[in-house]
Design a protein around this ligand. Structure first.
Ligand code: FAD
Length: 376
């Protein structure tokens, strides 16, 4: 195998593979290196939700781009990634939350999102059998949706290989070589050196460690989450239901009938443990059946743990770094799967053309990190 590439990408999750795919399509020969198997990090542990309902212009524009990719993946990849425009419904159980949603909605509508406020009764029409005690209303977009992560990864891997680039699995990068502030390649655990003028850190929850290999400190930290999936059921409801209460949860029904979901632990749990707990299983069962009582008989077939890679302001870092040739796409929080397609396209543009696709301050490495995403 060649030991010289136009670019080396560290990490075989959605972010690294999407960047590899887009760089390959631009005519580069790329090596994506994954220490385990593709999707073994956060990507294979996510629940596949895709939405454009964010609060800032940059995040919405990023997601509009991503959504356009998800919608034509079947055509691009020549197989279905189980993309479904099943919608996202955010529930408000307080007037304050509803007011915050209304504020955000103004911006979303200006940017062309098909989003509207629903009364509690309209929420019930969308999710029959939902317990509407204390419900003040919701905001809903029918154009958000879902896809199956492993199929999306497979599409990118096929595209990378077809374009003459390489995905190498069970290979760990242990060092990044730089000299006089410029990257020259990566060192592997077996002592091999791969030469490349461009190296990308797409290492997800391991992004801080990989950044340090090049002498770049990144303000990112991993957080532990858990998820579960049920047996298949006949169709119950369409949208991802997001119960925004501090003891809420979010879940959706997959194209293939399973209910898949999780909740955000309060307080957050730092770390990258991927084991699953009986505490989560019990708590998640309580939360889902409080919201939709008939789900109390749900047959859970599996639950698991995974991590989010967090930044202090909840937005990712997608940028060049002070080390010439070293780029980062890390800190995806709970949104890396949905951001992946656009990040791949746009980071490929930043790398090859040196230009940002639009006002990029929200994603730059040297920002203040003081903002706060309302639609977390
Ligand atoms: P990863 O998928 O973690 O990929 C990074 C890869 O880098 C890993 O495979 C790792 O093995 C590899 N690596 C690290 N260090 C090295 C090294 N030194 N050498 C070689 N390889 C290395 N997002 C959504 O958009 N929608 C959702 O509905 C959603 N639900 C989620 C539910 C749960 C329970 C969890 C845990 C996450 C969820 N997310 C969701 C978040 C999403 O999964 C992540 O943001 C996304 O997968 C991040 O992708 P990534 O490629 O950055 O990281």
């Amino acid at each position: 195998m060649s030991s010289k590439f136009d670019a080396v990408i560290i990490g075989g999750g959605i972010i690294g593979l999407s960047i590899g795919y887009h760089l390959t399509r631009k005519g580069n020969t790329v090596l994506v290196i994954e220490k385990k198997y593709t999707g073994s990090g956060s990507t294979g542990r996510c629940i596949g939700g895709i939405r454009m309902q964010f609060s800032t212009e940059a995040a919405i524009r990023l997601m509009q781009e991503s959504m356009s990719h998800f919608m034509k993946m079947e055509e691009d990849f020549d197989f279905s990634v189980e993309f479904l425009a099943s919608g996202y419904l955010f529930l408000a159980h307080s007037e304050e939350k509803l007011k915050a949603f209304r504020e955000v909605m103004k911006n979303q509508k200006e940017l062309g999102l098909n989003v509207r406020e629903l009364s509690p009764d309209e929420c019930l029409e969308l999710v029959p059998g939902m317990n509407s005690d204390g419900l003040k209303g919701g905001i809903y977009s029918p154009e958000d949706g879902q896809a199956y992560p492993f199929k999306v990864l497979r599409g990118y891997i096929n595209g990378i290989r077809k374009g003459g680039s390489v995905v190498r699995i069970f290979t760990e990068v242990t060092g990044i070589k730089t000299s006089e502030g410029t990257v020259s390649g990566v060192e592997l655990e077996n002592g091999e050196f791969i030469e490349a003028p461009v190296v990308v850190n797409a290492a997800g929850p391991w992004g801080a460690e990989v950044g340090r290999m090049a002498g770049v400190e990144l303000p990112i930290f991993p957080e532990e989450h858990e998820a579960l999936i049920s047996d298949r059921y006949d169709h119950l409801f369409d949208p991802m239901v997001v119960d925004y209460r501090p003891d809420g949860c979010y879940f959706q029904q997959m194209a293939t009938g399973q209910i898949i979901g999780c909740y955000t632990p309060v307080p957050n749990k730092p770390g990258k443990q991927t084991s699953s707990s009986s505490e989560f299983l019990l708590e998640m069962s309580k939360r889902t059946s409080r919201l939709i009582p008939k789900l109390k008989d749900l047959n859970v077939i599996r639950h698991w743990g995974g991590s989010y890679s967090m930044t202090p302001d909840g937005s990712p870092i997608i940028d060049k770094t002070p080390v010439k040739g070293f780029f980062v796409a890390v800190g995806m929080s709970g949104h890396g799967f949905m951001f992946g397609p656009a990040i791949g396209k746009y980071l490929a543009q930043i790398i090859t053309d040196g230009t940002y696709p639009f006002e990029w301050d929200e994603f730059k490495i040297d920002r203040e990190f003081s903002r706060h995403e309302i639609m977390k």
